[in-house]
Ligand binder design. Structure first.
Ligand SMILES: COc1ccc2nc(C(=O)O)sc2c1
Length: 239
């Protein structure tokens, strides 16, 4: 998978080359290009923004800078992703969609965002997604890109050491993951639940499912409501 990021803060994307993602890049599973938007400016001040039509606070990023940048970076295969507070929610399901793509390009907005005509024009040639990573507002798209790239890259074959890790992911079965424990058996008078030391894997799996259902009910009841009826067995319903 080829990932390209266009930003006015290239240094913000340095973490993409660390740890898990760094290994994936070293293995050739992912190649990452980070591009400084100012490389497409023509003026001595390298201006990338201007005042908003209609007035209002802040500045808007210029279409006549973003357009040529995306013309150069995007290909016919590109899925262009524009993080924005006004975007559709980025979810685990969307991460799986993106993991099947060959070329992701991220356009990182700053200030009050990017002139809408950039997205409208790009959509004439490539698939464009405006997405948000949560119901809060960041200062720019770079942090969202780091989150999205990590969520996507870990799904790629060969990136995670143990491919079975995905099966226990939160959201993988539509539920939140339950609690995890490791040695020591007792820590500050807090003991590991006995069932996890029983060796009875049928009981352990049942306990873990129960913990996941209870945690989801308590913290994210909306996730339960969105699951189909057949997602729950009779034991689940008895909880
Ligand atoms: C101006 O660019 C921005 C600003 C805030 C912001 N917040 C996001 C979010 O997903 O919460 S993406 C994003 C992009």
């Amino acid at each position: 998978m080829q990932i390209d990021v266009v930003t006015i803060f290239p240094e913000y994307l340095t973490p993409l080359r660390a740890a898990l993602l760094g290994k994936a890049i070293d293995k050739g599973l992912i190649s990452v290009g980070v591009h400084d938007l100012r490389d497409w400016t023509q003026d001595v001040h390298k201006a990338v923004d201007d005042s908003p039509y209609g007035g209002g606070p802040g500045m808007v990023m210029k279409a006549d800078i973003w357009g040529p940048a995306l013309d150069d970076v995007c290909t016919d295969e590109t899925r262009l992703i524009v993080p924005t507070p006004a975007g559709r929610p980025f979810t685990q399901a969307v991460a799986h969609e993106y993991a099947n793509e060959s070329h992701l390009v991220f356009a990182c907005g700053r200030y009050e965002g990017i002139d809408q005509r950039v997205v409208d024009d790009a959509a004439r040639r490539v698939r464009v997604d405006e997405v948000s990573i949560g119901d809060y507002v960041l200062v720019g798209g770079e942090v969202a890109v780091l989150a999205i790239v990590e969520a996507v890259a870990r799904l790629l074959p060969g990136v995670l050491g143990n491919p079975k890790s995905h099966a226990e992911d939160s959201f993988q079965d539509g539920l939140l993951e339950g609690p995890s424990y490791t040695r020591p058996e007792v820590w500050r008078e807090l003991a590991v639940p006995d069932v996890l030391r029983s060796g009875n894997h049928k009981l352990i799996n049942r306990w873990r499912r129960d913990q996941s259902l209870v945690r989801t009910f308590e913290r994210r009841p909306d996730l339960l409501e969105s699951l189909p009826e057949d997602a729950f067995d009779k034991h689940d319903r008895a909880l």
